[in-house]
Write a protein that binds this ligand. Structure first.
Ligand SMILES: [Zn+2]
Length: 478
């Protein structure tokens, strides 16, 4: 199934005639398909070190082999080797390098709903949310696949290299991951409003059909905790343990959802997950607004990953995440950021979400830029149980974002205190990467996506969006 969808994507929107070397760029392509790369002369490199301390390395170079970072050293110290690709980050005003960002919560197929939902004014937000499944049911598998390509390429252009997708379908997400070369956790609903046939059995079926060359990492999702029942929770627990699968759910997003769980199960959401042994490091909960201090302690104690989505919380009038309680207990190390879907956020990047985090919680204290940087990188890796990413260190995956220094988002900054660059990136950020490396390959080069023709993609999405609108309108008339 995903192969057919992948072929369709390739046929319609694959990028062609990408310039391997345009003569004056930072790239020297000795062997464009080779597996070694040198990122040379980086004026400013931001990362957390082995002890999770944020550092800025000046004038360094990175060596990449087979998709892995193998060496970081002061520039000019790495010589005497022929690399397949040499990227001169010191050229033309210079480049700031950060780890690729980690988006711990999103709903990529909803990309096709942009304008269908957010910008239809006049209705209340509750009506908008209630209408969502109706629009989603009017989408086909091909729609989900192309919409996911739209969502992921937008994320990539703003520096995201790993994303947790929470949705009800598996194959369209896998096909889009292949087409975009994005690192995806493909969390499939075990119970769904839009896909009532979904159950834990579907996860088993996907595992049985598993082909070795999957590019997405399978996981399980549940839209609301209260939707689960005894059978579902027991199965989720079994599957999670047997196959080491992550389990993700929206938790305590609104007061009414929190109440509904007590009405249906006689327990609050945290207690319900605890009852089924689902409070552990393989569980990722998003929002977590209506939870008390004891429950926060329990989540931290059991290493549950938490995703903060401040823009979504404001747009949907959900409430405010108890960020300072997490901060005081464990410096937010188990809290990552997410974009949510287009219905819940203006643009699909984490820099604006980091800034939103800062201004949302400013009334009490200030979330420091270093903490926000960690939320986008190392905390994301911790929340998604992916210790191989989020830092620029030897042995880590070569997922790197390259930001042009001579840019209004960075300049002016204090040359004696390069951390001011990081403050600028977050405060004046929300911009497009110059280049992006995923698993050692350049996926975005010179602001152009290397795998997807964005011009064709936008045309396809526009057509499919209008078709979906017509299908919804026809249904309403019946
Ligand atoms: Zn969500």
């Amino acid at each position: 199934m995903h192969k057919k969808l992948y072929e369709k994507i390739k046929k319609e929107i694959r990028a062609e005639n990408i310039l391997e070397d345009d003569g004056h760029s930072r790239f020297k392509m000795n062997n464009p398909r080779g597996k070694t790369a040198l990122v040379d002369n980086i004026p400013f490199l931001f990362t957390c070190d082995e002890k999770n301390k944020l550092v800025c390395r000046k004038n360094h170079s990175i060596v990449v082999e087979n998709g892995i970072i193998v060496k970081i050293a002061p520039a000019k110290k790495i010589t005497g080797r022929n690399f397949d690709i040499v990227y001169d980050a010191g050229k033309r005003g210079g480049i700031v390098v950060t780890p690729g960002f980690i988006n711990a919560h999103s709903h990529p197929p909803m990309y096709l709903l942009r304008s269908a939902m957010t910008l239809d004014e006049g209705e209340s937000i509750d009506k908008t949310i209630a209408a969502m499944p109706e629009w989603e049911r009017a989408m086909t598998d091909e729609d989900y696949a192309f919409a996911t390509v739209g969502d992921l390429t937008e994320q990539q252009k703003s520096g995201v290299t790993t994303t947790l997708s929470h949705y009800a379908v598996y194959a369209p997400i896998e096909a889009a991951a292949r087409a975009t070369k994005h690192n995806i956790i493909n969390a499939v609903s075990v119970a769904s409003n839009t896909h009532p046939q979904n159950s834990p059995e579907l996860i088993r079926k996907i595992i049985q059909k598993k082909e070795d060359n999957w590019e997405s990492q399978l996981a399980m999702a549940l839209h609301y905790v209260h939707r689960g029942n005894d059978k579902i929770f027991r199965e989720v627990k079994k599957l999670s343990e047997k196959y080491n699968l992550l389990f993700t759910c929206h938790m305590a997003e609104s007061e009414s959802v929190a109440k509904r769980c007590v009405e249906r199960h006689g327990l609050r959401e945290v207690a319900l997950l605890e009852k089924y042994g689902l409070l552990n490091e393989r569980t990722v909960v998003s929002h977590a607004i209506y939870i008390n201090e004891k429950e926060i302690e329990k989540l931290i104690e059991n290493q549950v990953g938490v995703v903060h989505l401040p823009t979504s919380n404001v747009i949907h009038k959900s409430g405010t995440f108890p960020l300072w309680k997490f901060f005081d207990l464990e410096k937010l190390s188990s809290v990552a950021l997410g974009t949510d879907g287009v219905v819940s956020k203006s643009r699909l990047d984490l820099l604006t979400e980091a800034y939103q985090t800062r201004i949302t919680h400013l009334y009490s204290r200030t979330v420091k830029f270093g903490t926000l940087f960690k939320m986008m990188t190392v905390n994301g890796a911790r929340v998604l149980n992916m210790p191989d990413r989020g830092k620029i260190l030897p042995g880590m995956k070569a997922d790197l974002a390259f930001w042009k220094l001579k840019d209004r988002g960075f300049i002016p900054f204090d040359e004696k205190n390069p951390m001011t660059l990081l403050g600028n990136l977050i405060t004046h950020g929300g911009r497009i990467v110059r280049d992006l490396m995923i698993n050692g390959r350049f996926v975005v080069k010179g602001r152009r996506h290397q795998r997807v023709d964005e011009s064709k993609l936008l045309q396809v999405l526009q057509k499919r969006h209008m078709k979906m609108r017509r299908r919804v309108a026809r249904k309403k008339k019946i």
